[in-house]
Design a protein around this ligand. Structure first.
Ligand SMILES: [Zn+2]
Length: 114
């Protein structure tokens, strides 16, 4: 318990840079490409640190957004979004935007061994 090893701090540097980049963006539409890269980095870190599971969900539901907070990007879904709710084998549940769940599947797939 207690101290952070210097190595751990170094590992968190990429997301700090990403957050700073996000602060600069004013034009959302024009920045979508950048935001998607940003989102992927966020999701990659969440998967790497265990905030998001590496396992496949046991159940998946899709519907219109109900205002739940997306487990990947931490923004609420809106009625215009398709919201995905997943149940994990350990009983945890997560909600995602469509793009976010796609990126999550891609990131957790990198942990699967052929
Ligand atoms: Zn999201």
């Amino acid at each position: 318990m207690g101290r952070f090893a210097p190595g751990r701090r170094a590992a968190l540097t990429p997301i700090a840079l990403t957050r700073r980049e996000r602060g600069k963006e004013g034009k959302r539409e024009a920045a979508m490409g950048i935001l998607q890269v940003d989102l992927r980095v966020t999701i990659r870190l969440k998967v790497a640190t265990g905030i998001l599971p590496k396992d496949a969900p046991v159940k998946m539901f899709a519907g219109y957004g109900t205002g739940k907070v997306c487990a990947a990007c931490d923004l609420s879904t809106t009625k215009k979004d398709v919201e995905y709710d997943v149940d994990m084998a350990d009983g945890r549940t997560f909600s995602f935007h469509q793009l976010c769940i796609t990126l999550w599947h891609q990131e957790r797939a990198t942990y699967l061994r052929p």
